[in-house]
Design a protein around this ligand. Structure first.
Ligand code: C2E
Ligand code: CA
Ligand code: CA
Ligand code: CA
Length: 277
């Protein structure tokens, strides 16, 4: 038994070493990508269920090739946050999203806005609002073409700063979207102080609704409540016909999910939107 446990410890050490090593290598990759401004963005179209047109697209960062193979945001975004690298990465993503909007206009495609994800850490930046406005204006696009997505937990971490930022930039025209409703605090009141145009229901809520009547009723009520407050509701992660029927029954306004469109590289999403706007 003694032998076994020492073996286990050794195995465990190796695992920890490997993950530290991987983390260090990801940090190097992120720094290199920042220096080269070479993050890739995919875009996932969001459909208006009433018109069948795609009004929005969410930008989702990708590292398709690295010395570690493809890397996914669920792994590298937390590392970017812990190291503070996320702040510069977000500005670069915002730049790229603005360039994308200009590419769309050139193709005569006009969607309402492109969504950019903001982490809680972004709000530690003292000059955030001016920097964001400056970046968008430098691309000569209306501020309303960008929607900033953030979550309730981001709000909870710094209610005052986030509320002030959101109200200031919203008054200038930038749009706000609440992300992942239904995962954390899920308190409709948290959201009232912030001028959200859209509320995105997390995929887990839709999945739960397919599973039981109570959750389904909850999703209907949440949707109604937000709509009564003047927000549009987006359902995230709709993959099946049944889920799509459910969100239609709930009179949810918009859908983002594989059922309609996956996140795509810029070239592909431009082709897609040409035929669907
Ligand atoms: P999120 O903001 O909730 O983004 C939606 C995620 O759901 C995306 O994963 C998208 O590909 C995925 N998704 C969309 N439709 C479906 C569906 O029908 N089924 C399933 N199973 N998944 C679907 P992705 O791109 O891997 O991003 C994961 C998370 O990483 C994002 O969750 C967001 O929190 C973060 N992230 C991605 N890009 C950025 C970024 O540019 N900045 C920051 N700060 N975070 C980002
Ligand atoms: Ca998002
Ligand atoms: Ca989301
Ligand atoms: Ca989500």
């Amino acid at each position: 038994a003694k032998r076994d446990s020492s073996k286990q410890v050794h195995y465990c050490d190796e695992n920890i070493m490997n993950s530290i090593n991987r983390r260090e290598r990801i940090i190097e990759i992120l720094k290199d990508k920042i220096a080269k401004q070479s993050f890739e963005l995919y875009y996932q179209p969001i459909i208006d269920l009433k018109t069948g047109k795609y009004d929005f697209a969410e930008s989702l960062v990708r590292i398709p090739n690295s010395s570690l193979g493809p890397l996914y945001p669920n792994e590298f975004i937390p590392i970017a946050e812990e190291t503070g690298l996320i702040i510069e990465i977000t500005y670069q993503i915002l730049e790229k999203a603005c360039e994308f909007i200009n590419h769309l206009s050139k193709e005569n495609i006009h969607i309402k806005s492109v969504h950019v994800n903001f982490s809680a850490y972004q709000f530690n930046e003292s000059n955030l609002s001016n920097k964001v406005i400056e970046i968008i204006e430098s691309h000569h696009i209306p501020l309303s073409k960008i929607k900033i997505e953030f979550t309730e937990s981001t709000i909870a971490k710094n209610v005052e700063v986030v509320t002030h930022f959101a109200n200031y930039v919203a008054q200038k025209g930038i749009r706000m979207g609440l992300d992942d409703f239904g995962t954390g605090y899920s308190n409709i009141a948290t959201v009232i102080g912030i001028p959200f145009g859209t509320i995105k229901l997390d995929r887990s809520l839709i999945l739960a609704a397919m599973d039981n009547e109570k959750s389904a009723g909850l999703v209907k009520n949440i949707t109604r409540s937000f709509q009564d407050l003047g927000c549009s509701v987006v359902a995230e992660g709709v993959e099946t016909k049944e889920q799509n029927q459910f969100v239609k029954d709930c009179q949810i306004d918009f859908v983002q999910g594989f059922y309609y469109a996956k996140p795509m590289p810029e070239k592909d999403v431009i082709e897609f939107l040409k035929h669907n706007t």
